[in-house]
Design a protein around this ligand. Structure first.
Ligand code: HEM
Length: 134
């Protein structure tokens, strides 16, 4: 299998070779950076919610950075539903940077300037997109 020409997709592909499940790493990082978020998740069944939230977010990121077939629209919808969960927009947006930082740590030497730049651009675009959607 050849490497993806899309640097964002490529970063997820390399990470997947190194780590079967990003979920624990992402949430550990989220809870360290924003401890208040831990209590936002339900006590019962939160593993399922967390796994599903991350999987859907990654799908949306890949679509947003790629073909924009539709999965990216989740980002717009969830800005307002998270308002209902008590997640302010800044924090909502921070989740994307948490995912980026998790990948960067996993990739180490393979975190290329091209991947770094693509992520910088993506985070700015998502910020603008979520701003419009809110
Ligand atoms: C730090 C930022 C975020 C926090 C604190 C947060 C918090 C939460 C919480 C507490 C729930 C569970 C509500 C429940 O128990 O029913 C949830 C669900 C969900 N979140 Fe987030 N969220 C964040 C960012 C995001 C982002 C960026 C996306 C996607 C663009 C997203 C997508 C979802 C989805 C799809 C669900 C429903 C999961 C399911 O039950 O299948 N979240 N979020």
């Amino acid at each position: 299998m050849g490497a993806s020409p899309n640097p964002i997709e490529n970063s997820f592909e390399i990470a997947a070779q190194r780590c079967a499940d990003l979920t624990p790493l992402v949430y550990q990082r989220l809870f360290e950076a924003h401890p208040e978020t831990q209590a936002m998740f339900r006590t019962q069944g939160s593993a399922l919610v967390k796994g599903s939230m991350l999987a859907l977010t990654i799908e949306a990121i890949l679509d947003f950075a790629g073909e924009r077939r539709g999965a990216f629209r989740l980002i717009g919808c969830e800005v307002s539903s998270h308002d209902g969960y008590g997640t302010p927009r800044e924090l909502f947006i921070a989740f994307f940077a948490i995912i980026r930082d998790t990948l960067r740590d996993l990739l180490g030497d393979e975190w290329s300037p091209e991947i770094a730049q693509a992520w910088d651009k993506l985070l700015l675009e998502i910020d603008a997109f979520a701003g419009i959607a809110a």
